[in-house]
Design a protein around this ligand. Structure first.
Ligand SMILES: Cc1ncc(C[n+]2csc(CCOP(=O)(O)OP(=O)(O)O)c2C)c(N)n1
Length: 681
């Protein structure tokens, strides 16, 4: 089996063991160049899988690069979606796509998304990125092949940490039960995951015994010995009557001494100096056109920026953050406020934090950092969001105050039923952190950009929902939810550094909105504003209101500034840091007193906009009064890879977009006021 021309059946090229070794080595080099150009991504896990990738794409799989959709091709499921660059290089070396284009990895609009998307790149079989789903897809494809009387194989590549997902074992049981001998699972057993060694985070071994007990044939090999890899893949193809799993012992970061066996290189990429050192170690300095590739990445990026600039609403000057003297602002990631609050309030013996293998980046690790006395209350569950959610319910039922968090896509979507039944229906005191939410999580792409979580979290009875606007407010909200608020609670925050627009003195009352007003100019942009509790605010009959939550609050403030500078409009910014319970009074007042309401959310339009709309349409106080509304947010589309602030532009959730929309509405308001009537406007 190999690369073939599906029309004639002719083998395109036969690879010797040496050829495959050389290809794997060069793939490592191209991988590191692409990661360096991207500025983010996963070095460790892509390097550990390269020998397997080369053998799979160039020798084991039966497929045709000229006809990626050939019906009889073998399918390769990249369940470990974060190892996408290895998949792309497998495809590129096999001839499915140009090799030099892989260097556009993780850039806006690139087919080489942060996690694989089959609709963007021919040869990618399915879209992955949420771990633990690939083997189930493989089972489905294997059953389809059986129904259609086809004999191709379905390979599924997974990580060893990924084995912690319960769904893997449901799929393993199904493949065994159905005797799916067309399924070949490959596990990259490099022993590491994000939070450290797999055996410490959550032991998954002995994998042979586990898979065997589900009716699988198991093969354990050295995943860097090409001869063993090729032989195992051939043997697996020949299996009859049961699925096969190849357990490949590998080294994370293989081939680059300073990356090998280092957990820190999981989600890290080399800088230029490290890249040069790595390529020297791999013996590739002269064999890869590094400068040419990096130049290609740069020119792709320049074009992205040019196109984005063309798309942006334009004003008389540049109002971007820190663009001029009046736009200076300090930026800090909101997620840090979550960690600070856990650090400060974690002495309460009831607080228990659950680790889901993404602890440093979402800052939940601050709970135990430098606090050995809290070690017993730090419980690492691993990559198992669903079980962890129900375990949190169990802890809460026994009087604990459990906290868990992950990317919001995994902590508020993958585990939705557990949240619904075990946590919310039971009305238990569980704090869930939806970290890295919104498009601004950036180059990881659509699978990691939670843009729907607030629909579900707000929709769950008993659940309270906070979406703080900056790092300081995130700390205050976390502290309140952790120790003072009873019942299920969800806090949503972002990964990227965003403007700090509140301070210690800014009011924060859970469930009550703040009103923010521009009062002039200041050396620090945020100081040009005054913030009051909405309930204490006296009407100033502003021209319009912007109701915003989360990182859209600073954008709304910037929009208020643009509207003042460009049109002389006064804007009431309403910071709805608590979405549930919602401050309906503040919303109704803003509508009644200004007549124009623009909502701004870094989410699919609706989590905020539709709630505000329903409050407005149901308010007796507004019956018969003209209120003009518009919504800024993501317009019913999935995210994309790209730099965080590029995505804010691409998805039209910047201050410029808010200001443009508000100015449009003001034209209607003026016409209506002049007696022209809305219908004629
Ligand atoms: C459902 C889900 N939870 C969390 C993540 C975040 N995440 C990406 S990679 C990773 C660790 C994977 O470990 P492993 O499977 O061992 O892969 P490797 O260490 O080889 O990269 C995690 C937790 C994810 N992508 N999907």
């Amino acid at each position: 089996m190999a690369l073939r021309d599906s029309a004639t059946g002719k083998i395109i090229r036969e690879y010797s063991i040496e050829d495959l070794e050389d290809a794997a080595n060069r793939m490592r080099g191209y991988d590191l160049v692409a990661l360096c150009a991207a500025g983010s991504g996963h070095a460790g896990g892509t390097l550990s899988i390269m020998d397997l990738t080369a053998a799979l794409y160039l020798d084991a799989a039966d497929h045709d690069p000229k006809k990626p959709a050939w019906a009889d091709r073998d399918r390769i499921i990249w369940s470990a979606g974060h190892k996408a660059p290895a998949l792309y290089l497998g495809l590129a070396f096999a001839g499915f796509c140009p090799l030099d284009e892989v260097v556009t990895l993780r850039k806006l609009g690139s087919p080489f998304q942060g996690h694989p998307h089959w609709l963007k790149l021919p040869g990618v079989e399915v879209s992955t990125g949420s771990l633990g789903q690939g083997l189930s897809i493989a089972v489905g494809m294997a059953l389809a092949a059986r129904l259609d009387g086809k004999h191709h194989k379905i390979f599924c590549l997974m990580g060893d940490g990924e084995q912690q997902e319960g769904q893997v074992w449901e799929a393993a049981m199904e493949a065994g039960h159905f005797h799916l001998d067309n399924v070949i699972a490959i596990i990259d057993c490099n022993g590491l995951q994000i939070d450290g060694w797999v055996k410490d985070v959550m032991q998954v071994e002995p994998l042979e015994a586990k898979y065997a007990s589900f009716g699988w044939e198991t093969l354990r090999i050295d995943g860097h010995d090409m001869k063993q890899v090729v032989e195992a893949l051939r043997k697996a193809r020949a299996a009859a009557g049961r699925p096969v799993v190849i357990l490949a012992n590998t080294v994370k970061g293989k081939g680059v001494s300073f990356m090998e066996n280092q957990a820190g290189w999981h989600g890290k990429v080399p800088n230029r100096v490290e890249l040069a050192a790595a390529l020297t170690e791999l013996g590739l300095s002269e064999r890869i056109p590094v400068e040419q590739l990096l130049e290609k990445a740069r020119s792709y990026q320049a074009e992205v920026e040019r196109q984005l600039a063309l798309k942006m609403p334009s004003f008389s000057r540049d109002y971007w953050w820190n663009a001029g003297e009046t736009m200076k602002v300090k930026m800090e990631p909101t997620r840090k406020g979550f960690g600070q609050a856990l650090k400060e309030n974690g002495d309460d013996e009831r607080v228990v934090c659950l680790g889901l293998d993404i602890s440093g980046s979402i800052t939940i690790s601050e709970f135990y950092a430098g606090k050995p006395e809290r070690a017993g209350r730090w419980i690492s569950i691993g990559i198992a969001e669903q079980s962890a959610t129900a375990a949190a319910a169990g802890l809460a039922r026994e009087g604990k105050l459990p906290v868990l968090g992950s990317y919001a896509t995994f902590s508020a979507a993958r585990n939705l039923d557990q949240l619904r039944v075990s946590v919310c229906y039971a009305n238990l005191n569980v704090l869930i952190a939806g970290a890295h939410a919104g498009v601004s999580v950036g180059p990881d792409g659509a699978t990691h950009q939670a843009l729907e979580d607030l629909f579900a979290m707000q929709g769950l009875p008993n659940m309270s929902v906070a979406v703080p606007c900056d790092v300081v407010e995130t700390r205050k909200a976390t502290q309140h939810l952790l120790l003072e608020h009873e019942g299920p609670k969800y806090i949503r925050f972002a990964r990227e550094a965003t403007p700090v627009v509140t301070d210690e003195k800014t009011p924060f009352v859970f469930g009550q909105a703040n009103v923010i007003r521009l009062r002039g100019e200041a050396a620090n942009f945020a100081d040009a504003f005054e913030t009051r509790l909405a309930a204490d605010y006296r009407n100033e009959a502003e021209d319009l209101s912007i109701v915003a939550c989360g990182p859209m609050v600073p954008e709304a403030m910037r929009a208020a500034y643009i509207l003042k500078q460009e049109y002389g409009y006064e804007t009431r910014v309403v910071n709805l840091h608590t979405l549930k319970p919602i401050d309906a009074e503040a919303i109704v007042r803003a509508a009644r007193e200004t007549g124009v309401v623009v909502t701004a959310e870094e989410h699919q339009i609706g989590a905020l906009a539709w709630r505000v709309s329903s409050i407005l349409t149901e308010s007796r106080e507004l019956y018969g009064l003209p209120v003009i509304t518009a919504a800024i947010g993501v317009k019913d589309r999935f995210g994309d890879s790209g730099a965080p602030w590029e995505l804010v532009k691409e998805f039209e959730v910047s201050a410029e977009h808010i200001a443009q929309k508000a100015a449009e509405l003001m034209v209607f308001k003026k016409k209506a006021a002049a007696g022209a009537g809305l219908a004629m406007a």
